[in-house]
Design a protein. Structure first.
Length: 130
């Protein structure tokens, strides 16, 4: 961004990107190659100087094995103007718990419909036993 200050949300998302990338031991060049961008572009995403488009953030999340929402976790309420509901309403939703998100991610990673159906049957049977 030319002479403008980096927006706190862009900075936060960039930090989360770096955190996830380094946790997976990926270099900026490796992630960039997977995304079809340069290492320099990844660096700009990470330091917040270039904003990440919604479609690119979706690709990044899939590559890093996380949900798009993960990049926004930890943001303070003042940086979320325009929400139709207070942030607390989202915090209490069905995907508010880390275990729920992990279960959803694992379910989505299953290779085919048959595996997903088998997993769903297992979870349902366990829930009935409890």
């Amino acid at each position: 961004m030319p002479s403008e200050a980096v927006h706190p949300v862009d900075l936060h998302v960039g930090r989360r990107l770096r955190e996830s990338r380094t946790a997976l031991r990926l270099t900026q060049a490796e992630l960039g190659a997977d995304l079809g961008v340069s290492a320099q572009q990844v660096q700009k995403y990470e330091n917040g100087s270039n904003r990440i488009s919604a479609s690119k953030l979706f690709e990044i999340a899939r590559r890093l094995g996380t949900g798009v929402d993960w990049f926004f976790e930890g943001l303070d309420a003042p940086w979320t103007p325009g929400l139709a509901e207070p942030a607390a309403a989202y915090d209490a939703g069905p995907t508010a718990h880390d275990q729920t998100r992990a279960l959803i991610a694992a379910f989505k990673a299953l290779p085919d419909d048959a595996a997903r159906a088998e997993a769903l049957d297992y979870v349902r049977s366990r829930a009935e036993q409890i």
